[in-house]
Write a protein that binds this ligand. Structure first.
Ligand code: FAD
Ligand code: NAI
Length: 472
């Protein structure tokens, strides 16, 4: 006997579980299928983000930052410590506990919102009479609307499959059992920098090999330059413009052969190698062929700007479709699709999606970079304020970096905000709100910001757009 739903969501990551909750809130009889298993084989909804992404990486970044502070910065505050050590097993157990709290939280939210949860792999079986049939284990589910949110997987280097022992994806990178003496990272993107930072802070000698000739090429050039300087000072070795030729792994570790930026042959011998060269959309096991679901040449599900696939009443959101692979983008799409199914006007503004890299200092931005504005030929004004001149940053002992604001030369509308510095991840929210409301730099400059707070730097950057900073 099949169970029938109004809305069936396949995938319980940030895109899927949020879509399911919103659909249920809107009065639909909703189910969500997710196949992720915890260590004992039980359900672990939350997807990549909760299990091997956003949440565990931030847990380890926090632990390793405490260790770094204790080792290098507590003394400045007059706090003495002897015999500082790191218990990696305990750090990983704490991280696992944080993940479990999030898994359990989602199961609770499903119950609270009356979303039926099915643990297993959802596969399309057929489309008939205006309904889609999806199998999960022995069960057959029918639904009028299907939202696909099956996420993404780490991309492997050709000839270097992940074994999660020596050659690590994000999964293995988050559970290295002890601090490696030497750690190699391929790709200086978001994962490479975050995971490289974790293990560097704990004592590993980290070398990052990056194919592109420029560091963080999607980031505002001024911020990327500052980040490169600070990461180098911290001891993170980053080699740009490399071409990897071979990766060999055996019991003693991993050897990477590559050509450096000048074309000279080089080798890097490490104990562990993290490969973080991007992610690929995941439709494994979905059996989209059964219903004629269209994929693009990269394997992503083809959708229009409203997340509609080529099939009537089948939608797709998050990492499995075009656009940035970010949890909050997946969530926004999930909400918008549920609202569109309800006949509402769900909306996602791609121009105001914030990005954050949780290194130290943190890097966060929204909107356009200075190089993008130049390429577009748009007349703009730039204002920048250093945390060095901010009282709260001085009190924190964290004065690296700055806030940079870009505004239209004529209208003063904010076009982009780029932050490198303490709590950039939190500070960026003000810029997102400002841009969503089409604020001008002067609007921010005239708003009262608490003193002493890091957010005063955003106000000062806005004042700097008009060349009238008060504290610099
Ligand atoms: P996913 O989270 O991948 O969820 C998909 C779910 O669907 C999974 O549970 C999967 O098991 C399930 N599934 C797949 N196929 C089926 C099927 N056929 N049947 C049933 N279930 C299925 N983003 C941020 O915004 N901030 C961060 O700080 C951040 N940190 C990250 C750190 C790392 C190390 C990584 C790898 C990623 C990070 N991301 C971060 C990206 C973020 O994790 C993804 O953008 C986000 O998880 C995408 O959500 P999703 O719902 O589209 O897919
Ligand atoms: P990425 O796209 O951020 O970076 C990949 C890097 O690898 C790029 O710099 C690229 O030039 C480089 N590269 C590609 N092929 C290479 C090769 N053969 N040799 C050397 N370098 C090569 O991808 P990453 O770091 O794997 O992360 C995947 C995605 O996960 C991110 O794009 C982001 O969407 C998401 N994520 C988000 C986080 C956040 O929001 N804080 C944290 C971690 C991941």
């Amino acid at each position: 006997m099949s169970k029938q739903f109004d809305v069936l969501v396949i995938g319980g990551g940030p895109g899927g579980y949020i879509a399911a909750i919103r659909a249920a809130q809107l009065g639909f009889n909703t189910a969500c299928i997710d196949e992720w298993k915890n260590a004992t084989g039980g359900p672990a909804p939350g997807g990549t983000c909760t299990n091997v992404g956003c949440i565990p990486s931030k847990a380890l970044l926090q632990s390793s930052e405490h260790f770094e502070h204790a080792g290098h910065h507590f003394a400045d505050h007059g706090i003495g410590l002897s015999n500082l050590s790191i218990d990696v097993a305990k750090m990983l157990a704490r991280k696992d506990q944080v993940v479990k709290q999030n898994n359990d939280g989602i199961l609770y939210l499903f119950k609270k919102n009356k979303v039926s949860f099915f643990h297993g792999r959802g596969s399309f079986a057929a489309a008939k009479d205006g309904l889609y049939e999806v199998k999960v284990g022995d069960e057959s589910l029918l639904a009028k609307h299907v939202i696909i949110a099956t996420g993404s997987n780490a991309r492997a280097l050709p000839g270097a499959a992940f074994d999660e022992e020596n050659i690590l994806s994000n999964d293995g990178a988050l559970r290295i059992g002890g601090v490696p003496k030497k750690l190699g990272v391929i790709g200086s993107g978001v994962i490479g920098l975050e995971m490289g930072s974790v293990w560097r802070r704990l004592g590993a000698e980290v070398t990052v090999l990056e194919a592109m000739p420029a560091f963080l090429s999607a980031v505002d050039e001024g911020v990327a330059k500052e980040a490169a300087k600070l990461f180098k000072k911290q001891g993170l070795k980053i080699e740009l413009g490399v071409k990897i030729s071979e990766v060999k792994s055996d019991k003693s570790g991993v050897t990477v052969s590559y050509a450096d930026a000048k074309g000279a042959a080089q080798t890097l011998a490490v104990d562990k190698l993290i490969v973080s060269i991007g992610r690929v959309a995941n439709t494994i096991g979905l059996n989209g062929e059964a219903v004629g679901l269209k994929l693009d040449e990269r394997g992503a599900i083809v959708v229009d700007e409203e997340c509609k696939t080529n099939l009537p009443n089948v939608w797709a959101v998050g990492d499995v479709v075009r656009g940035p692979m970010l949890a909050h983008k997946a969530e926004e799409e999930g909400v918008a699709v549920a609202e569109r199914i309800a006949g509402q006007h769900g909306h996602v503004n791609f121009n105001t999606i914030p990005w954050v890299i949780y290194t130290s200092p943190e890097i966060a931005w929204v909107g356009q970079t200075e190089q993008q504005l130049k390429a577009e030929g748009r007349a703009y004004k730039a204002g920048q304020f250093p945390f060095m001149a901010n009282g709260r940053a001085r009190a924190l002992g964290d004065t690296n970096g700055f806030v940079k604001m870009l505004a239209d030369a004529k209208t003063d509308e904010i076009l982009g905000v780029h932050i490198i510095g303490p709590f950039a991840s939190e500070l960026i929210a003000e810029a997102v709100v400002a841009m969503e409301f089409k604020a001008s730099a002067e609007d921010i400059a005239r708003i009262c910001h608490a003193h002493p707070s890091l957010s005063e730097s955003t106000k000062e950057a806005a004042l700097a757009v008009d060349k009238r900073t008060l504290n610099f």
